[in-house]
Design a protein around this ligand. Sequence first.
Ligand code: AMP
Ligand code: MN
Ligand code: MN
Ligand code: MN
Length: 287
Amino acid sequence: MNILTNADLHCHSDVSDGTLTPEALAARAKANGVELWALTDHDELGGQARAIAAAAELGLPYLTGTEISVTFAGLTVHVVGLGIDPDNAQLRAGLATTRGGRESRAREMAKQLAAVGIKGAFEGALQYVGNPDLISRTHFARFLVESQVCSSTHEVFRHYLTEGKPGFVPHRWAGLGEAVSWITGSGGLAILAHPARYRVTPTEEYALFSEFKAHGGQGVEVVTGSHSAAEYVKYAEMAQEFELYASRGSDFHSPEESHTDLGALPDLPGALRPVWEALSHRVIRPH
Ligand code: AMP
Ligand code: MN
Ligand code: MN
Ligand code: MN
């Protein structure tokens, strides 16, 4: 596999906040020409066995994955783990702790929404939840669209559920060092997800990259559904400056909501080292 491999190493199933099953995602990835796929549900490994089986059935090379929610300097950032061992006890325990507290957070979110006149949001969001351990803001966003408070999930996040807006409840996720060590301790590679999404100053961003690297982080998403073309260039430079492997993933959640489909991203910029170069020993190849 070379830099031009159509790798899509970031997406979500209904085991977290996507709308498709792991099997439907595998079929969609294959149909869209993906040559190396990873399912990276938020704080969860529950879809991995199904993704592995579905990919094998389709003859699609697969990397195990997850996307861990992290609190760093008061900010929420995401760390993708690829090539992890889904049976590793420390990783499983860490993710279970990270998932904990989502229900009470969701009840608080619903209380805030009720205070601005939006009733029944907890029960409403629950209708969209595939995994009761993983109620997320995305499920609330779907309820707010369904109940015609907003016209799209993107509009929801502009008016609700984000810092300073109704329905935002701060939450303490995993530590940066913890998340990286759970991933690397289970044989995986830790990748800083969609760095352009974080609202940070250049100084804070430098600190994030430095600390991520110091904890043993080895990769960064350069080409993702969350980045613009200018951001591909910026984070290609950051990958080189910090000597990080570059990753590529759509962050696909749903045919209705996601701008970027599985397998539909541009190639990684040429001079980079792709993460799949460092992970070839972890790729599950069809027989
Ligand atoms: P949570 O883990 O409950 O905080 O939910 C985070 C999820 O909400 C992310 O993984 C995205 O799927 C979604 N999300 C967050 N911010 C936005 C945004 N501005 N636009 C669209 N989706 C968003
Ligand atoms: Mn999500
Ligand atoms: Mn993310
Ligand atoms: Mn994601």
